[in-house]
Write a protein that binds this ligand. Structure first.
Ligand SMILES: [Zn+2]
Length: 382
């Protein structure tokens, strides 16, 4: 009986010692979630020791808050606001309201927007003091190395993007570089500062705008993978073909939140795996199809070629991908009138007192992928 008890307690002691050892060795992983927040950034990192890190919160906090709740996050150990733009900072006040946040890092630049004021108010309520995010500052997170490599300098307030806090995170042999919206000025300063920028995964700067991810910056980072956090059909034209082609010619595998939703990278410090495959080459290149582009023929048609005065004629233009903008010039007897429309949509035009028995020609012009197209139709008012 006694021996059994001793043996049992010995086993217990052994297992207590053994558990953390085996747990530490190879099984601990870090996951990096590039949350699909539309046009904007929000990155959630589950560090290998369980600490939660959030970089930016998208424009609207709802998406991020519900994503983090799904991941069973209770406390955010480190919150980083890269810069005060709405598509990065906008959601952070909601995150602050929903979770306990232990420490906050932000670059030393203020802004006059409501978004910035809301952020400050939420931070104040949380009772946390903002720590300065700038080159050389280390973020204490267990099991990893996390260090800001930018901003290297101070910039003018009109260069808000260049103020972006850029974090380099390393776990074991694998590194990530989170660039916020840093543009050419900041990239150049980072390069000049001679810091290690090498990373296996690059969060592409400024949603793939051509003012970021310069060839020399890309050469220094030398990523295997790149993630572009960008909104589907955004009005900025992000990501640009310039950056996509630069990544392609450097043989970087590209992931995009607009095409693939949230991107999750997982690493044990030795290898990295993703929740999805990189985007295919064809979708990564928007510049190439021009050379083998099919031929288009623009056509213009009116629903009524013998309209009465003061009536409405409807113009339909086809032959280019629907939604392509065109210009239509109506050559009336006394003047020319210009209308703008889109292919695939009918354009109603009131012809008012168009002179009877004077043929009104309608010249349609449109530009698609750098080539211009013309079509003509006419009507004769009665
Ligand atoms: Zn942005």
């Amino acid at each position: 009986m006694k021996i059994k008890k001793i043996l049992l307690s010995m086993l217990l002691v052994l297992s207590v010692f053994a558990a953390p050892l085996t747990g530490n060795a190879a099984t601990k992983s870090m996951s990096v979630h590039f949350i699909d927040v539309g046009q904007g950034d929000s990155i959630y990192i589950k560090a290998p020791n369980g600490e939660n890190i959030l970089i930016d919160g998208g424009k609207n906090g709802n998406t991020v808050v519900s994503y983090l709740k799904k991941q069973k996050v209770k406390t955010i150990n480190v919150m980083i606001s890269t810069h005060p733009d709405a598509d990065h900072m906008g959601g952070l006040d909601e995150v602050l309201k929903a979770f306990k946040v232990k420490s906050i890092y932000a670059p030393k630049v203020s802004h006059t927007t409501q978004v910035y004021k809301n952020f400050l108010t939420a931070v104040k309520k949380e009772g946390v003091k903002i720590k300065s995010a700038q080159k050389g500052v280390t973020v204490p997170i267990k099991g990893v190395s996390a260090k800001f490599v930018a901003p290297v300098k101070t910039y003018s307030k009109s260069d808000l993007n260049d103020w972006s806090a850029v974090l380099r995170l390393t776990y074991g042999k694998k590194s990530f570089l989170f660039t916020g919206d840093a543009e050419l000025k900041s990239e150049t300063d980072m390069l000049k500062s001679k810091q290690t920028l090498k990373a296996d995964v690059l969060k592409v700067g400024h949603h793939g705008a051509k003012t970021s991810t310069s060839a020399s910056f890309l050469k220094a980072v030398k990523p295997t993978y790149a993630v572009i956090s960008v909104g589907k059909g955004n009005s900025y034209g992000h990501p640009t073909s310039t950056v996509l082609n630069r990544l392609k010619s450097s043989k970087v595998k590209v992931f995009r939140t607009d095409k693939q939703g949230s991107i999750v990278a997982k690493t044990d410090g030795k290898t990295i795996s993703f929740n999805t495959k990189p985007t295919t080459v064809s979708s990564a290149s928007t510049a190439k199809p021009a050379s083998k582009s099919k031929t288009y023929k623009l056509t213009a048609k009116l629903d009524n070629t013998r309209p009465k005065q003061y009536s409405t004629v409807r113009l339909t233009v086809k032959g280019l991908p629907s939604g392509t903008k065109y210009k239509a010039v109506f050559h009336y007897k006394t003047k020319d009138t210009i209308y703008y429309g889109k292919t695939g949509k009918t354009l109603p035009v009131k012809i008012s007192r168009a002179s009877t028995s004077y043929r009104v020609y309608v010249d349609v012009t449109s530009t698609y992928k750098g080539k211009s197209y013309k079509a003509r139709t006419s009507f004769l008012p009665k």
